[in-house]
Design a protein around this ligand. Sequence first.
Ligand code: CA
Ligand code: CA
Length: 191
Amino acid sequence: MVGADANDPGGSAYLFTRNGSLWTERAQVIPLGNRPSAHFGTRVDLSNDGVTAVISADLEAGVPQFSGSAYVFEWQDEQWSEVSPIQRCKGEVFSFYGQAVAISPEGNVAIVGAYWENTTFENGGEAFVFDLTTPPCIGDVNCDGTVDIQDLALLLFYWGQCQDCVDCAWDLDQNCTVGTSDLLILFSHWG
Ligand SMILES: [Ca+2]
Ligand SMILES: [Ca+2]
């Protein structure tokens, strides 16, 4: 798999398969959001069996702007399907999250580097490990492991139309609006 992060508009990645000594392009991968200048394809990695891929976009505009993104894709029915974004909870502007990615040989653990993320030191850099076998905690808007009053307060604070439909963390049903349906989802995962 090869990334082409400068491809218009937002970058893409290509899968090649080898037959003897000949490599043949088999598929192009484009994220569902596919936003301009995201640099999707900054880094790519494949599991050993070749059916799970992690692909990053280190300048993707999100929350906050230009905080970077990484995605998991699975090879199903002769095409790549986007399984999920793998995001840290509180990204920072220009932290270059996705400047490095790796997936374990079995495809169950991913690690994503953000070399300009602020830590104890300004731009100290940080890497994030994700267990891909654990589904994300739905409704846990502040990513602290529980769905509680803090998440409710955040959801109410952002009530209304999402500014960015792809990266609106409070829009739990992804209909581009933070509203009653999201509130019901949050309550159904309370605790
Ligand atoms: Ca929470
Ligand atoms: Ca919604």
